[in-house]
Design a protein around this ligand. Sequence first.
Ligand SMILES: *Cc1c(COP(=O)(O)O)cnc(C)c1O
Length: 486
Amino acid sequence: MDSSNINYYIDAAKQSAEWHKDHLKSLKKLKFDTLAVHGIYSMQEALDFNQGSIIEPIYMSSSQAYRDSNEMEAALSYQIPTWCYSRIGNPSMYYLEGVLALLETYGSDIEASCCATSSGMSAIFSACEPFLTFDKDIHTEINFVGTCQVYGGTFQQFAVRQDQEKHIHWRKVINSNNIEEWESLIDENTRFLYGEMPSNPGLSFFDIEKVAALAHKYGIPLIIDSTVATPALFRPLTHGADIVIQSVTKTLSSSGFSVSGAVIAKKNLKLNINNDMLKADFGLYIKALPNRDIGPNISPMNAILTLNDIRTLRSKVDLMSRNTLKVAKYLETHKHIEQVDYLGLESHPLHKLASKYLVLADSEFDDIYGKKVNRYGHLMSFRVKGNAMDTRKVFDALQRIWRATDLGRIKSVATIPAISTHQQQGEEARKLADIPANLIRLCVGAEHADDTIDDLKQALTVLDGNKISVSSPMYSAGGASSARLR
Ligand SMILES: *Cc1c(COP(=O)(O)O)cnc(C)c1O
């Protein structure tokens, strides 16, 4: 057969699909770190297509060219693998999507696929929107049921963009560990269940297996935002969830080089939904259809930057989790601290439940541990004994911990959620989510824990009433753009 026939390309695609299937199967045997380092990029691919490049190449190209009209036709009718146009796909994105699907299903035989997006928020939108369709009767009120303790941006997307503007009702679960409460909110127009765990910044955590069973009883999917844990500690798909959201911006790309997100979904979803393609491969479905038409997929550059961070994910999460525990324990005994919230502290009411699920991947194969060990991530919060002003004073005195609305960084970062991430949702909603004005969210980085503790120690002395103020230059010394003060 020759290339004057479209089947020439389709047959070649079948052969390469076989090769890729075997390749993926062989990857399933590898350990977490090996998958994180290599992803799905193979030596064969490097030598055959990428001039031997040992690192996945950045394909900074808007589109893919075809050999002839037959190949173009086969590609654009999705009969052969193609990336076609970078709004939809691109080889650099594909490598990121491949590794995320492998890591989120690690340790199981679950098959999953991933669609990488331009941000965590667009991942949430991409995951939820396909379920929020109306049947014939557009006057039917549709809803979804989800925990109220969610990231501030998620709160706005659900409460304002969906509920207020489109009347797609967000039925809020207040106590996510009350399974009756979840169930009482579900009806025939409920399209999915949604939860964030551990939540940012409240660290709420629920028994995912029970909530997954409930979702499946009603034939609807469970969507979990697992950003704070990352697959190094927690893989919701292996505990019954159907779809996972990652704000890849955060711990997954701890360097802080990019904003990106991902939707990772199980294949062959068993749901009462009349859309076979969606159920067969949700990740591919949203990538190739809704996101093709809406346009929120990731860019190649961000995909590769993120991919580089993921290679060392497990050891970073281990280190940062240990640092966080040390910092949390220090703060717990401090005279100016009212309360410390960290799932790793035995004093936390959800410590036991979190310990059931948050386990450092492969710790049992590690020379140092040799058994399964719990790790709780690097997000914690503490409440200053005092009012909003006292809290700001402590916050303003930090000298190495950055004041930024960020988390998941290799550098320690702190914020006051009430005046930043959770400012827009108002007092009432903050009360619901338990975010008081004296709460500081702290994400501990990979610095030596003792230095991080020292920074907090000196900052807290402002409440002793004898703080010596340190003057700092207003502008940096370097850089042509910095103003010169006389
Ligand atoms: C930051 C964050 C998001 C949003 O992600 P972006 O990449 O900033 O759009 C979603 N969920 C959680 C838990 C987050 O922390």
